[in-house]
Design a protein around this ligand. Structure first.
Ligand SMILES: Cc1cc2nc3c(=O)[nH]c(=O)nc-3n(C[C@H](O)[C@H](O)[C@H](O)COP(=O)(O)OP(=O)(O)OC[C@H]3O[C@@H](n4cnc5c(N)ncnc54)[C@H](O)[C@@H]3O)c2cc1C
Length: 311
């Protein structure tokens, strides 16, 4: 039996991938969307700052996204892509479960992962009381006792940002801060406390943060923490396909429309942007989809390739 051949294989079926698949399906493209069901914001109870959908649980957003693909014949494959290779017109994908498939174009929308340090209580509170993005979760903890983790210019700027949501704020810098005297004076003038210590434990009560334990033996009662853990691109499909990365390796290099350094391979969502948000991921997926469709429309007919017909 010939392997399934589609116009576009979308790898990753969360905000970027679902949005791209919708655009492509409505453009009557044959699409396979492959997703292994581990989106980045799954730990959070609600997704915020999304026009018309503010506060919707993340899994509900994805449920609606998948449901709305039904009329357009998008094939949903609930598995993981393990291997990707080939070139424009004939990309081949191997799956953890099921038959391999091939595609004219590939969209990488596999996201990034947050590499949380191994500190007791942190993983359990991630997305519930410990956050990274104030636009996503700042309103819910407005005026509450908050902590920001960070040091140097980044920590200083982050603390000033978070103070917009609560004036009851401490900046926890780690030991031996690199904050300048001017920054320390400015933080003091703004009534932002500075603590030079590491967090050693996130103590929970009723599933929420109650107290931070610090390396200097201090205990600080806080309702929520904002931090920016290191992030990395998920998986190695981008390497298998040969996509160029940004100098710091944190992003796939792609143009405004999502075209990567490899002809026919597009990327969207958190993988290509320094700004991470549901609505931005969805927008970049739609843009990449439009560009892929345009390319496919403009290419010369390829009589030997029989793509699966879309409805
Ligand atoms: C805790 C937390 C809370 C957040 N809350 C908000 C919020 O309230 N509002 C907001 O706007 N933003 C929020 N964000 C940011 C938001 O989650 C991301 O910007 C957004 O999810 C990016 O979408 P994406 O499609 O690029 O990637 P993701 O949502 O991470 O999706 C990637 C998808 O690819 C799949 N995948 C990965 N590898 C493979 C593979 N090899 N084969 C098949 N499938 C694969 C995964 O299963 C996943 O479904 C939050 C982030 C975090 C960490």
């Amino acid at each position: 039996m010939n392997p399934l051949h589609v116009d576009v294989a979308v790898i990753g079926g969360s905000n970027a991938g679902l949005s791209a698949a919708l655009t492509l399906g409505r453009a009557r493209r044959s699409v396979a969307l492959i997703d292994d069901g581990t989106p980045r914001n799954a730990p959070a109870g609600h997704a915020h700052n999304i026009y018309t959908r503010d506060g919707t649980p993340p899994d509900e957003l994805r449920r609606i996204g998948r449901e709305q693909l039904e009329p357009y014949g998008v094939r949903l494959l609930n598995t993981r892509v393990t291997k990707a290779g080939g070139s424009k017109g004939v990309f081949q994908l191997a799956l953890a479960a099921g038959e391999p498939l091939s595609a004219e174009r590939v969209l990488l929308a596999t996201g990034v992962s947050d590499d949380l340090p191994n500190i007791p209580g942190l993983r359990e509170l991630w997305g519930k009381s410990v956050f990274t993005c104030p636009y996503c979760h700042g309103w819910e903890v407005r005026d509450a006792p908050l902590a920001v983790l960070g040091d140097g210019d980044t920590g200083y700027g982050y603390a000033r940002m978070i103070q917009n949501w609560s004036r009851d704020l401490v900046l926890i810098t780690g030991e031996n801060t690199t904050l300048t005297d001017d920054q320390l004076n400015d933080l003091e003038a703004r009534s932002i406390g500075v603590v030079e210590a590491e967090v050693t434990e996130y103590e929970r009560r009723g599933g929420e943060l109650s107290t931070l334990h610090l390396s200097n033996s201090q205990r600080v009662a806080r309702q929520a923490v904002f931090m920016r853990p290191p992030m990395s691109l998920r998986g190695d499909l981008h390497e298998q396909l040969g996509c160029a990365l940004s100098d710091d390796g944190s992003r796939i290099v792609a143009d405004e429309m999502g075209q990567t350094s490899v002809p026919g391979v597009y990327a969207a969502g958190d993988m290509v942007s320094p700004m991470h948000a549901v609505i931005m991921a969805a927008a970049s997926g739609a843009k990449a989809a439009g560009m892929m469709n345009h390319e496919l429309v403009m290419q010369a007919p390829r009589p030997n390739v029989q793509a699966v017909a879309a409805p």
